[in-house]
Structure formats: C-alpha cells, structure tokens
Design a protein around this ligand. Structure first.
Ligand code: PRX
Length: 652
C-alpha cells in the first residue's frame, strides 16, 4: 500500500490555502496535542458567537463528556443571525435545485426570516425547549428551515431519511417520544413522487403522543389531512399575520439562550443489533468542529459555491449541508433528486450552472458515474471546481484516479474524509494545501484527534499491520450518548478497548503514519455509503410468514461497495422460490426502506451453525466474498451445509 503514488499539494492551491504546508499542519497538531483544552477553547471563542462564554472547557468522566460548560449559545443564531450584521446578509445561504428543475436562491437574511416564522409556528402549536420533533422531508429548503427552527427554540430534532419506511419512521418516533412530526406531502425522485405523508399516516396509527403534524406542500398531490392533528405549513404561516403581536414576533423570533450541552439532535443509525440507536449530539462542541473543518478541510472562502451531494437525512447532510456550512457562512447547493436523473450528467450540469467550486460526494456515486463513461462530464464546463471530497466508504484507487483526472482535471486536490455519525465531524482527512495525498488513504488525523490502531488488548500494532481504529481522547463533536440507552453507549464505544473510543472500523497505518480504513469489523454493512445492520435485515426477514431463519451478510459490489445478501430457510409449505425471493426483497424494502432492498435472496435447506446453535455468519461472508471457506470449521455442527452452500455459489 505504501508504495502507492503520492500526490503533493498543488502549489497554487497551497499558496492561498488556510493551512499552507505540512509544517503548518504539524505545528497545529502539536499545539493541540500539548494542550488540547486550550486549543479547543481558543477555537471555540474565535469561531462561535456566545451569549455567555463558557467556564470549563472539558469535563470528562469517560464515556461522558461535557464541553464548554457554563456557556450559553444557540446553533440557529450561529448559523443565521450573526451573519446578518456582515456582508453575508445578502449572500445566498442555499441555492436550491429541485428535481423537476425548479430553483430558489435563499439569502442568509431570507433564511433567517423563514426560520423565524417557522419557529413561531412551532411556538404557537405549544412546542418549546426540551420537546422533540421528527422531521421527515424531501431535500427542499424547508428541511433545513425546520431543523434550524427547532434549534432556535431548543427543540431536539431527529431527521428521518425520506427513504425510510413507515415502520422505520414509527420506531424512531416512539424511541424519541416525539410529540410533533414535520413532513411534506411528498418529494421527487427520478420523476416519481415519494409519498411521505402516507408513510407518516401509517406510522402514526401507533404513536398516540404525536399531537401535531405540519405538512409542507411540495408535490401538490391529494393527501388526507386529519382534523385537529394535521396542519398545512402555509396555512399556519399565513395565520401568523392575523395577530399584530404574533406577526411582529414571527419577523424576529429570538433564539433561546441554551446550554453548550443542550441536545441539538438525535440521528438514528444502524448498530450491531436489530434496533437502530439514537446518536445524540449537543450544541457547542458539534458546531465548533463542523465549522472548523469547513475551513481546514474544505478550505472555505467567502466566494465559494459549495456542494455536498448527501441527503440531509444522514449525518453528512447534518454536518456538511446544514450546521457546518451555515456556521461558517457558506453558499451551499441543495439538490433534491438523484445523480442520474433525467440523465447521467445531472451533477455536472449543476456544477456548470452554478459554478460550483467545492464538490463533496460518495465513492458509490463516483463509481456509478464512471460506468456511464466520460462523455457525460466532458459535455460540461467544470472549470469552476477547485476542490473535491469523498465520504462514506473507502474510495478505491481506480475511482480516486478517475475523480482526479476526469472531474478535477488533475488540478483539484481530493480530500478523502473519514468519520462517522458518532464522531459528528470529519476526523481523518487531508488538509488540501498541506497534506500530500495517496489514493485510497484518508491520510492523517486532524489537530486535536488522537487516532490509533490497536489489537484486542488496546496495544498499538506496528506499521502496516491491520487492527482496530480507535480514538484516544475526547473531541468536541463526539457522540454524547445513545438516546435512552447509556448502558449500550458505554458498552458499544468505551469498553471494547481500554480507555479509547472504539470506531468499529478496521484500519492500518503505513510507515508515513497514513491511515487506510479497511471497513467494519462488526455486523454493520456499508451499502452505497449507508450503514445497515445485518441484524436489522434479519429481523425484518423473520417477520415474514414463510421465513424460518435468516442470516444476512454484506457481499462485495462493484458500485455500491457492499450489497445485501440474505440466506434464508423456510417454514413448511409449498413455496415458489422465485416468487418468494422477489417478495422477500420487497418485504425488506417495505420494513426498512427501499435503500435496504437485498441484492440477493438465497433460499437454502439449512444454515451453517455451531454445535451450540449459533449461525456462523463468518462462513457465509467467506462464501459470498471468496466463494470458498478457508477458516476454522471445527466448531461447525454439520460440514455438509457449508459444502452445499459453496457449491451452489459455484453453479451460479
Ligand atoms: O466504516 C466507516 C465508513 O462509514 C462508517 C460510518 O458510517 P456513517 O455513520 O453512516 O457515516 C457516514 C458518513 C460520515 C465508518 O465507520 N466510512 C466513512 N467515511 C469513510 C469510511 N470508510 C473509509 N473511508 C472513508 N472516508
């Protein structure tokens, strides 16, 4: 690996970069290492606007951290109000492009206005700090408006990705004990309507605590509205003007002065059990680290047009479409649809149209576009681009080289950013003017991040040896808890390796100290950069009346990185395997969401088990990955099961 080509930072880029050389990076890193609290405290005072400065920088009682205690702050204020006294007031905060081609440019002043009004709507419905809201919306400006309105009042929000099913939505509403749902009639995806309100109605059949549903009209299709519970966004907004006092308040709804550790949001992500966990992020530390990485990694300048193609329903969208860029005062593209609709040049068409300068996407999107050929990007003027980013999964060197040559024209640095829902912000990445890159490596940890690679006992492993990726010191945007489950929080992250945060990733570090992330070591799959637990899919499958047992593994896939492969045994009955296979794929999509639809369902007579009855998923993983079983099989109850499964594979 270490022999791979190294790309030095482009000197022209470096000359104007925020961090200009490897020496400058090392000096920052050293400063953070010598006195981390001082380092972060200085940054927090410089980068954020406080109602009251904090007293203590860090209270750390592993695994519980409190950053910037005593401080009073508001995320919505930092994203909006503080820019209004500067030239940023008239600067676009969002440039929105809907899938059907509709456009809106929303300045910081206009965004502030929309957020202020919607926060007043929420207040009028009786919501306030410490309430919890579920947001289930398409990628339209009202999604960040809803988030920022919640943050303005101190309502903890949980955005549920629009690709999740009614079942998944219900589970999240109940776990969070939310009392309000903010949604839309639907959104557009590849020319078809995704009917969100229908899913909300289905989910709410079992959620008695939700008092109100606010519905934004996006597609205009007919939807049922439940009297007393459901309200149109535009009607509530119009009502604000009926009362002069409320109208006045709506024009400038004050941002609540909240504690640094006020819960900003909960975002559910797949873990190693069937039940997704609610990752809790709080206010000040999260804002600081998302904002500072906009400078360090995206090298944000005042005139940049920045585009992160993620969906806001995932952490990348929270941190790098909403909170990081707005805190840093960026102009962001917000795009509703798919990269391949109406044609494979939609991304490049948008880059050309809006003169995008910073472009941040996933390896899956890059690989899918590579497959369509170079004529699509070649048809567009991409000369505005100056920096490219990658996130969500390891980027294979071939995809990296294509990105560099065809999109970046060998001019744009590439930042491969490693991080997780739990880390809140980017942890390992090149700083584009300072750190030489190697295709496939996320390079070096950021200042203040003490990453290491260790064995089972927590001892560092030698260079080029594979081990567990861990983080040794607390950082400001770290996960604070799993919502409602501190025990699982402690066990999952802070008990696996002594005194370190366990990421769940395997990695190795080369002799230059560069990190190469290899993938998950637990039962979490990474499909198109989306996390999905094997247990979650298994528990969906065994709910189906025909299924006796299910074992799910990730199978390598040339575009999506991994694909979902399910082995199932059936209950007694006369099943048509082909029909049932399709039905089960559909079933999983309905239970979890279309993005979780299995690539393959293999119906089999038996699953490989140990003598104590545990399914040996490791063997199934080997069968789908290498088409053979090499490891230890002595604990297997019946060896013929494996031989049969492996030979079935050969026949395909
Ligand atoms: O396995 C790593 C992979 O994605 C996981 C985190 O997934 P999630 O919480 O959904 O957040 C995705 C967006 C930050 C990690 O544990 N991962 C993320 N970025 C990279 C990566 N693997 C390799 N290289 C990356 N740049």
């Amino acid at each position: 690996m270490s022999q791979s080509q190294t790309y030095a930072p482009n000197p022209e880029f470096a000359a104007r970069a925020q961090v200009k050389s490897i020496e400058e990076y090392r000096a920052l890193y050293e400063r953070a290492k010598t006195d981390p609290e001082r380092f972060w405290a200085d940054l927090a005072l410089k980068e954020l606007t406080w109602f009251r400065p904090f007293g203590q920088t860090l209270e750390w009682q592993a695994p519980f951290a409190k950053w910037f205690s005593g401080g009073k702050i508001n995320a919505s204020y930092n994203c909006l109000d503080r820019h209004l006294t500067t030239a940023r007031k008239q600067k676009p905060a969002f440039i929105f492009e809907g899938e059907p081609g509709d456009q809106r440019v929303i300045t910081y002043q206009e965004l502030h206005h929309l957020v202020s009004r919607f926060a007043t709507v929420l207040k009028q419905l009786g919501y306030q700090s410490a309430d919890r809201a579920i947001i289930y919306m398409p990628m339209i400006p009202e999604l960040p408006v809803a988030m920022l309105a919640c943050a303005r009042l101190g309502i903890t929000h949980s955005v549920v990705f629009g690709g999740f099913s009614a079942e998944a939505l219900k589970a999240r509403i109940l776990d969070l004990n939310a009392t309000v749902v903010i949604t839309a009639d639907g959104g557009w995806r590849r020319g078809r309507e995704v009917r969100l309100k229908d899913a909300v109605d289905e989910a709410l059949e079992d959620c008695p605590d939700v008092r109100h549903v606010v519905v934004y009209r996006r597609t205009g299709s007919a939807i049922p509205m439940k009297e007393g519970r459901d309200h149109w966004w535009h009607e509530l907004d119009a009502q604000l003007s009926n009362d002069p006092f409320i109208h006045h308040e709506a024009e400038n709804c004050p941002a609540e002065e909240l504690d640094s550790e006020h819960p900003l949001y909960v975002l559910y992500t797949s873990g190693t059990t069937g039940k997704p966990k609610g990752i809790l992020h709080t206010t000040a530390g999260y804002l600081l680290q998302t904002a500072i990485t906009m400078k360090w990694i995206f090298d944000l300048r005042e005139d940049d047009v920045y585009w992160c193609t993620a969906d806001i329903g995932w952490v990348t969208g929270h941190s790098y479409i909403v909170y990081g860029p707005l805190t840093a005062g960026a102009t962001c593209i917000l795009y509703e649809g798919a990269p391949d609709y109406p044609a494979f040049d939609r991304f490049w068409q948008i880059v050309e149209k809006y003169r995008v300068s910073i472009f941040y996407t996933s390896p899956t999107a890059i690989r899918a576009l590579i497959k369509q050929g170079e004529r699509w990007p070649e048809a567009h003027d991409l000369s505005s681009l100056r920096l490219l980013g990658s996130v969500g999964e390891p980027i294979n060197p071939a995809a990296w080289e294509w990105y560099n040559r065809v999109i970046g024209k060998e001019r744009c640095p590439i930042v491969d950013t490693w991080w997780q829902t739990e880390t809140g912000a980017i942890m390992i990445s090149a700083m584009p003017g300072a750190i030489p890159t190697k295709p496939g490596s996320a390079t070096l940890p950021l200042p203040g991040i003490v990453a290491d690679i260790v064995d089972h006992n927590g001892a560092p492993v030698p260079a080029n040896r594979e081990g567990y990726l861990v983080i040794r010191q607390p950082w400001p945007s770290m996960i604070r808890n799993i919502w409602g489950d501190p025990k699982r929080f402690q066990e999952q992250y802070w008990s696996r390796v002594p005194s370190a945060y366990f990421t769940g990733d395997a990695a190795r570090r080369d002799e230059d100290g560069y990190f190469w992330v290899l993938g998950r070591v637990d039962d979490v799959m990474n499909v198109s950069g989306h996390r999905l637990s094997t247990m979650e899919v298994e528990s969906a499958l065994v709910h189906h009346p025909a299924v006796a047992e299910a074992a799910v593994v990730g199978k390598p896939h040339e575009i999506t990185g991994q694909a979902v492969c399910c082995f199932v045994t059936l209950k007694q009955g006369d099943w048509n395997h082909q029909v049932l296979g399709n039905e089960l794929r559909q079933w999983v999509a309905h239970e979890i969401g279309p993005f979780a639809r299995p690539d393959e369902i293999r119906i089999t007579d038996a699953l490989p088990k140990t003598r104590s009855g545990k399914i040996m998923r490791r063997l199934l993983r080997e069968i789908v990955t290498t088409h053979a079983v090499t490891g230890d099989v002595t604990t297997l109850e019946d060896l013929t099961v494996v031989t049969k499964l492996a030979s079935q594979q050969d026949e395909e």
